[in-house]
Design a protein around this ligand. Structure first.
Ligand code: IMP
Ligand code: MG
Length: 183
């Protein structure tokens, strides 16, 4: 039987197996790049929390973990473009090699803003790792250093990504049925 969330999913874009395999590769690549550099994994909440937990375990480098919470969406499917820090980092990042972990790079507003912010806070280097990349929607000149999957211009949910704060616990990346948006 389908779960109450599965019923709302029109199609699956990236399966659980594909996500798992790709994160193993990304973790290995990050290990090669950051071995001996004690990086700080910095997750952008809320969307990155699922990806972050799998990525840090796929990369057995000595490191620590931090989060920042931002909001730009105001519960719609299009970003407002204005980025607001809702919960700031709780430690000094001066001289640190940051691995910024995002769920999706869309217009680029969030990561353009955060990259500037982390630079002013004294980060030694900033490496942007995103699970999904939607390059067709880019407004800001920003690219990911590492992206799990390139996705088409469709609103996606699951694996941390939400629609109106729901569907974050769907274990794959999917697209919702049109009727969900008119509820
Ligand atoms: P950007 O600032 O436009 O690049 O958007 C980044 C943020 O918007 C992401 O961290 C997500 O939280 C959210 N977002 C962008 N596209 C999607 C989507 O297709 N589904 C769910 N959230 C999205
Ligand atoms: Mg979101």
């Amino acid at each position: 039987m389908k779960s109450e969330m599965e019923i709302d999913i029109l199609k699956i874009l990236v399966t659980e197996e594909q996500i798992k395999a790709r994160i193993a590769e990304m973790g290995e690549e990050l290990y090669q790049r950051f071995e001996g550099k004690n990086p700080l994994f910095l997750g952008v909440l809320k969307g990155s929390f699922v990806f972050m937990s799998d990525l840090v375990r796929a990369c057995q480098v000595k490191s620590d973990v931090e989060f920042i919470a931002v909001s730009s969406y105001e519960n719609a499917t299009a970003s407002s473009g204005r980025v607001k820090i809702v919960h700031d980092i709780q430690q000094d990042i001066t001289g640190r090699n940051l691995i910024v972990v995002e769920d999706i790079l869309d217009s680029g507003s969030t990561l353009a803003f955060l990259s500037e912010y982390f630079k002013t806070r004294g980060a030694a280097s900033i490496t942007i790792v995103t699970l999904l990349d939607k390059p067709s929607r880019r407004i800001k000149a920003i690219t990911a250093d590492m992206a799990g999957f390139v996705v088409p211009d469709e609103f996606v949910v699951g694996y941390g990504l939400d629609y109106c704060q729901q569907y974050r616990n769907v274990p794959y990346i999917g697209v919702l049925k049109p009727e969900v948006y008119s509820r």
